[in-house]
Ligand binder design. Structure first.
Ligand code: SAM
Length: 502
């Protein structure tokens, strides 16, 4: 079976076949069917389904990372581009909504998940995803799930799979959502169940939005986590330009979306001067390069303190080259330091990449740098749409553990600044404890030795369009920036710019 024919995307919709059963558009905050990545082909290619299953199961039993394993499995299966796209949608779509699908399976099967064979669980998850959130016809989703069950050496379970999936298909997706949230004990728990997020993450998001005076955006934020992000690229400034036909980013002056084709091909053929990079990541690196250091600083040396795998280092290197500055990079993990070296090789600037502990750099290289980027290790709650299984692997205790490292890193970065120099504290998490919490604590400890700069103002000087921002953390003239997937189309990057008083 091929997925390449026009019928695949243009064929009869489930809505049509089911006479308006799902005629209403996707409801905000709920797992959705509709256009975009979930708008999967009508006919299912068996190889794509097998690849999706293999990755799903490796995530379940081996703690594999889907974004690393999926390309390997796609290569191994020699999937066509269309089938690779389908395998990606099936795999990522299933993983993103896994908690929701598990609840559906438990209700449809009338038993708890731990009483279902672990391989059969993943067959069912994949089947439920196809039935509830793609245009794959129900009978195809059921039949092929049964086939897959047999292929996995579980013929005795094929009747069970058939029965559960038929039960799922007899209830409209919207009605499933109503059932799944029916006994939720709070609005956050209901939102968590309906959008397949752990409840503690929903509470953390609500708190961050509330701090910005935008709590009413919670449903939009949760929904955006369940959508595949567009592939965004950067053209390293001064070294490359966006290719003909590409669409310029809304905010980043050096970002673009490709007109089609394989982004990896673009990266390779440009010798790494075009790179895949989230628009928010571009903006925070550009903001550090543009921040006002004290005019007494004439020769600048810059530092990327947590640099692996080097996306922001490459952009900083291009900016440093243009500004006549030097650049160093530090990374704790040797393999990731290797990726940083590869990333900066695209820029004709010698960048010293050191494997080391960034928390020690302040002591070792005190008052040496005019600009320091602290792209701190964090929970990554702002990039859940990118890492489909990640939300199920995070724990509230991670926040406290990471907080200690984040505080140690920002303090080390401050010590490494020359007087008048600026540090950028960045996370790809909007969690208050990792963002405003760290910056407030550090500012309090530094007292009058530090000033929070106006990060929204710095960004306003470089973005193509004005960024709609919420209420920031303010101190003096300074303010922070929080970007959001649902509002800006970026990862939820946080940025604070802090200057060491001269
Ligand atoms: C958010 S990532 C940085 C992403 C990077 N700036 C980029 O744009 O590609 C955080 C990095 O910090 C590294 N890291 C964690 N603890 C560190 C430490 N104590 N010193 C230096 N790097 C550390 C992690 O290994 C990880 O590569």
């Amino acid at each position: 079976m091929s997925t390449n024919d026009n019928n695949a995307r243009g064929g009869r919709s489930r809505q049509g076949r089911e006479q308006g059963r799902h005629a209403a558009g996707p409801r905000s905050g709920r797992p959705r069917r509709g256009p975009g990545p979930s708008d999967a082909p009508v006919r299912l290619a068996a190889p794509a389904r097998r690849v999706a299953y293999r990755v799903l199961h490796a995530v379940t039993v081996d703690d594999a990372y889907a974004n690393l394993l999926l390309p390997v499995e796609i290569d191994r299966a020699k999937l066509s581009r269309a089938d690779a796209a389908l395998a990606t949608e099936l795999c990522y779509g299933t993983l993103r909504l896994r908690g929701y699908y598990d609840a559906v399976i438990e209700q449809a099967a009338g038993r708890s998940l731990d009483r279902i064979d672990v391989e059969v669980q993943d067959v069912l998850r994949l089947g439920v995803h196809q039935i509830l959130n793609t245009r794959v016809p129900d009978h195809a989703a059921v039949d092929e799930s049964v086939l897959l069950t047999r292929e996995r050496g579980k013929p005795a379970a094929s009747g069970f799979v058939n029965g559960v999936l038929r039960t799922v298909s007899r209830t409209a997706p919207e009605d499933w959502t109503d059932r799944i949230v029916a006994d939720a004990t709070s609005p956050d728990e209901a939102a968590a169940r309906a959008t397949a997020h752990p409840a503690w993450i929903v509470r953390a998001f609500r708190q961050s939005l509330r701090a910005e005076g935008r709590e009413d955006e919670l449903a939009a934020l949760l929904a955006s986590d369940n959508e595949a992000p567009a592939v965004n690229l950067v053209a390293l400034p001064g070294l490359a330009a966006a290719p003909e036909g590409a669409t310029a980013d809304v905010y980043s002056p050096v970002g673009f979306r490709s007109a089609g084709g394989d982004p990896d091909q673009l990266v390779t053929s440009s010798d790494g001067r075009l790179r895949v990079q989230d628009e928010g990541s571009q903006l925070v690196a550009l903001a550090l390069a543009a921040a006002p250091v004290d005019p007494s600083i004439t020769a600048e040396r810059w530092l990327d303190l947590c640099s692996g795998p080097g996306g922001k280092t490459a952009l900083l290197a291009a900016r440093a080259l243009a500004a006549g500055a030097e650049l160093d990079a530090v990374e704790l993990v040797p393999a990731r330091a290797g990726l940083v070296r590869r990333a900066v090789s695209a820029v004709p600037l010698p960048v010293e990449v050191t494997v080391g502990d960034g928390t020690m750099i302040g002591q070792q290289r005190g008052e040496r740098y005019a600009r320091v980027l602290v792209d701190a290790p964090c929970t990554g709650l702002g990039a859940l749409r990118r890492r489909p299984e990640a939300r199920w692997r995070k724990h509230p205790s991670d926040v406290a553990e990471l907080g200690l490292i984040q505080l140690a890193l920002i303090r080390s970065a401050f010590d490494a600044l020359v007087p008048g120099g600026v540090l950028a504290y960045v996370t790809c998490s909007p969690h208050i404890a990792e963002t405003r919490g760290i910056v407030s604590t550090a500012l309090m400890q530094w007292g009058g030795a530090a000033e929070l700069l106006d990060a929204p103002g710095v960004l306003a000087g470089l973005t193509r369009a004005e960024l709609p921002l919420g209420e920031p953390l303010r101190e003096g003239e300074g303010a922070t920036v929080q970007l959001w997937p649902h509002r800006h189309g970026t990862d939820a990057m946080f940025l604070a710019l802090v200057r060491k008083r001269a």
